[in-house]
Design a protein around this ligand. Structure first.
Ligand code: NAD
Length: 442
């Protein structure tokens, strides 16, 4: 079987690689010539655990190829996945120009029956737009080639993408033809041998399922952050509350961690896009609007704590920052809470010295030389007035506290991910601020 994946980013590269691993012949296509040249040389554009080994072995076996030439690459493919970006437009809606651009190119070049599958996160109605775009191109060519469209949203988590793709909780597929359903069943059969379901549904339901999933997860985070802020006012501890409610089987214990706000390439833009979809239908998603509002506020919580600790006199202070990526095990900096904090600190006249195990290159792209980047986590502490932790990387969980104390000018730590124990920090002699817990004063 031969398939093509268009867009070789987080989703496209993982999808193509995992499909190749089952024996399918895959060509991954991208317009970024450098990315494709590098992939051909075995240079992986993103940090994702386990990905490099799989790319290299499947390329070596000849099952995985890379190209910038869509027209020739899709010839003979039974399925073409569209996995290009769908960034937020100015009004919050998903910008479909890349998806529909690819659809037009497919229509201009296809020569055999193909199932065209949107894997990108796209609003309800997009598959129909893809279908019309392809059909218009075929009409221009006066060709009568059969094709189907399908929606197959992706639920992988950055940082655990390979595992999520190989052993998915479920696979959601929206189709409108039995022929397309058969092709997708064949492609995905190896991934559901664990008994997890392949759920077929109509296309609008599949498109909306992806947004509903991300919106639900974002809601849990904002809900916990909201309660965490109340905890600080009334003297409660959000970690205890998380245990207290997470053990209720109706609630479950996942995605109940309070922190410095959610970020990344998906939650912020997908929440926005879903609100916009509803608005276009003259419906207001009241809960989601609040979710977004709470998150914006939450990204400022650490800055406010720093400001308050230094009695609104932070000009000239040097802040050490551990963790730049929006979550651990990824170098993705899109919408990372660190960006909001850094911007506020710089505007307030502070300097920032930052360390991240893998995201420094990405951070440099976004932030340029506005902050100092150090190659070792402890080097960030040199002459620093305080330490802030914004990503819960494993290497930050059990640091050398004596060294931190010796290096920091003030023994104060702001923890945006609640990774340390309050009692331990008190015993170690730190002033310790976290989220939704009583701060520890020296
Ligand atoms: P990305 O930005 O990492 O990758 C997109 C790729 O598409 C880029 O390499 C870009 O060069 C390429 N591209 C753009 N136009 C193209 C064209 N005309 N032809 C070929 N290639 C083209 O994006 P991503 O994070 O992989 O996300 C892709 C989609 O999947 C988005 O809709 C996103 O919401 C969704 N998604 C992402 C994740 C995630 O964790 N990143 C998870 C689930 C779903």
């Amino acid at each position: 079987m031969k398939v093509a994946v268009v867009g070789t980013g987080y989703v496209g590269l993982v999808t193509g690689t995992c499909l190749a691993q089952t024996g399918v012949s895959v060509v991954c296509i991208d317009i970024d010539q450098t990315k494709i040249d590098n992939l051909k040389k075995g240079i992986i554009p993103i940090y994702e655990p386990g990905l490099e080994d799989l790319v290299l072995s499947n390329t070596k076996e000849g099952r995985l190829r890379f190209s910038t030439k869509l027209a020739q690459s899709i010839q003979g493919c039974e399925a073409v996945f569209i996995a290009v970006g769908t960034p937020s437009d100015e009004d919050g809606s998903a910008d479909l120009k890349y998806v529909l651009g690819v659809a037009a190119e497919i229509g201009r070049s296809m020569t055999n029956y193909t199932v065209v599958i949107t894997k990108s996160t796209v609003p309800v109605g997009t598959a129909q737009k893809v279908k019309k775009t392809i059909q218009d191109e075929l009409t221009k060519r006066a060709e009568n080639i059969e094709f189907d469209v399908a929606s197959n949203p992706e639920f992988l988590k950055e940082g655990a993408a390979i595992d999520d793709f190989m052993k998915p909780d479920r696979i959601v597929i929206g189709t409108e033809s039995e022929r397309a359903e058969k092709v997708l069943h064949k492609i995905y059969k190896p991934f559901v041998l664990n008994g997890h379901p392949l759920i077929f549904m109509n296309i609008p339901s599949a498109e909306l399922t992806k947004y509903a999933a991300n919106a639900m997860l974002a809601t849990r985070i904002s809900f916990m952050n909201d309660i965490a802020n109340l905890c600080e006012i009334v003297g409660a501890d959000i970690n205890l509350i998380r245990k207290g409610i997470g053990t209720d089987s109706r609630i479950g214990n996942k995605f109940l961690y309070a922190g410095a706000g959610y970020g990344g390439s998906c939650f912020p833009k997908d929440v926005k896009a879903l609100i916009k979809t509803a608005k276009d239908q003259k419906y207001e998603l009241t809960v989601l609007k609040a979710v977004e509002q709470v998150n914006e506020r939450q990204k400022e919580v650490i800055f406010n704590k720093i400001n308050k600790h230094f009695k609104n006199d932070i000009k000239g202070k040097k802040i050490a920052l551990w963790g730049l990526s929006f979550k651990p095990n990824t170098d993705d900096m899109r919408e990372a809470p660190s960006l909001v904090l850094i911007d506020k600190l710089i505007k307030a006249g502070c300097s920032v010295s930052a360390f991240d195990p893998v995201a420094m290159k990405e951070a440099k792209h976004k932030l340029g030389e506005t902050i100092t980047y150090v190659n070792h986590q402890y080097d960030a502490l040199i002459d620093a007035d305080a330490l802030v932790i914004l990503t819960e990387w494993q290497v930050f969980r059990m640091p050398d506290f004596d060294k931190i104390k010796a290096m920091l000018k003030n023994n104060v730590i702001f923890d945006g991910r609640n990774i340390f124990d309050n009692d331990d920090m008190a015993e170690l002699g730190f002033t310790y601020y976290s989220i939704g817990r009583i701060s520890t004063q020296r």
